[in-house]
Design a protein around this ligand. Sequence first.
Ligand code: PSU
Length: 301
Amino acid sequence: MIAIHYSAEVAQARKTGAPIVALESTIITHGMPFPQNVETARLVEADVRTAGATPATIAVLDGALHVGLEADQLEVLGQAQNVAKLSRADMAACMATGGTGATTVAATMIAAHLAGIHVFATGGIGGVHRGAEDSFDVSADLHELAQTPVTVVGAGAKAILDLPKTFEVLETLGVPVIAYRQDVLPAFWSATSEIPAPLRMDHATDIAKAQQLRTEMGLQGGQLVANPIPTEAQIPADELKPVIAQALQEAETQGISAKAVTPFLLGRIFELTEGRSLTANIALVRNNARLAAQIAIAMAK
Ligand code: PSU
């Protein structure tokens, strides 16, 4: 078995069977600027604790897989330069070569499953990029959801993506997409979109039960819980449309590709909205952490 380094609080929670929520680290290293990234990571961990569960932020540090970071490790990671952005394809390679890497949704799901954690909170999953018909740029997050049994709570997929195509692919892959307490899917910074929700659930207990039933039925894979950003924190989709269009245009002109696309777009949208996209991103991640904690508590019962 692979050696996993647990933080003190996660080790304690594992001993007593207390509910644990996995958290990713790419959002810290590639999704938000310093120092808001570290502040947010701390707030999100605190939200999970306040809701009655234990946070387990996941990363690879000097070749070691960490499930749960101590406060100093989180601080160092948040300021580190040249941290790899790890997904299914490169996680083991990073560990084999003693590297340091932040885990994306896909890699965090893999690590959470290895550690016996069934629920994970993020901002928004990766998906089908706009123009994917030419670039073939489709996030590995989608295939991970189809094969690893972890329930992922996000504010849908990031609105920089082609959302209809992203949800089409999830449907093809047999991934349950569950909108929380509304009939349309959320669109990351915006609480609603025009896309009808394939499934709707109003209670954390139902979401927990559905994941358990899938496992009992021998169905592979997890579920995506699409949790809308609180309306007071949202940026309306109409307002974001031209900003996203401009950021995408710049990415194309500058030849940004592969793993660099998402961090570039998030960074430009932050600048173009004068920081408002970051404020919204922080609000939605915290909201997801709280719901994930409720699901983890329901699963632990
Ligand atoms: N949620 C956020 N910010 C982020 C991410 C999620 O609020 O930066 C990260 C996740 O780690 C996700 C990744 O897996 O963005 C998607 O990257 P890509 O589009 O390159 O697959």
